[in-house]
Structures are given as C-alpha cells and as structure tokens.
Design a protein. Structure first.
Length: 132
C-alpha cells in the first residue's frame, strides 16, 4: 500500500501513475540497463525524432544513466546499447551515479560532516610573500 501511495504522490521516486499510463499507451520498451532503469521509445516529436524516455529504478537521478544509454537518449546514436556489441575498454571505469548530497558522498577528513580532523600540514609548502 505504501509503494502505491508513493507512486501516486511523488515524481522523484519511480514513475507516477500518469507516466505509467502514458508509457503503457505510447511506449515501446527498448531495453534495461544494469541499474534496473527501463528505456522506452514512442511516437515522433515535432522535430520528427522519436520520443525517448526512461523510467528510473528508484529515485529519478539523471546521472544514474550509463554513458551508452545517455547517448541513445539524446539522439547521439540510433542504436540502443542492448542492440550493440559494445565492449568496454580496459582504461574505462565502471559507471556510477553522482552521490553528491547523499549519505554516500565523499567527505574528506576535516569536513564538517565527519568526526575525523584534518591532517596536519607536512611543511613542504612555502607560502609566497610579496617582495621575496
């Protein structure tokens, strides 16, 4: 019951009922990424391009879209990643969402959000003074 009410009254936590209805009426499922986000394609827009949208798995966070799907969503490529044989290169890192503003965000020692104190300066830095 709580999940149903959450879907009715929140837009940032999954898809709303109107979005689900629109997707059911107009959308064709194109694929799903490793995070559980589901991608759809619909009718053409005013520019003649097909409409593309995503239903997020959990909170609606745009940085949760992997690079391959981001290119497809923004019409940079015509073929979605599920229909390509893309192999990640050795030097490429795994994609992860931007954690800024969440409990998983980076908080270095000395931050007001951590108990640890800032490490002492090593002394290998000489400050510039005018005229020296």
């Amino acid at each position: 019951m709580l999940k149903f009410l959450t879907n009715i009254f929140t837009w940032w936590n999954g898809a709303t009922l109107n979005t689900r209805f629109f997707t059911w009426r107009n959308g064709t499922k194109v694929g799903e990424d490793q995070f559980g986000n589901v991608y759809y394609e619909g009718t053409k827009d005013s520019e003649g391009r097909t409409r593309r949208w995503v239903i997020y798995n959990g909170y609606a966070e745009a940085s949760a879209i992997p690079p391959g799907w981001h290119g497809w969503m923004h019409h940079r490529v015509d073929t979605p990643p599920t229909k390509e044989n893309y192999v990640r290169r050795d030097w490429e890192k795994e994609h992860h969402a931007n954690l800024t503003g969440t409990p998983g965000a980076y908080r270095p020692d000395g931050s007001i959000l951590t108990a640890a104190s800032r490490p002492k300066v090593t002394g290998d830095y000489d400050a510039w003074t005018p005229g020296s």
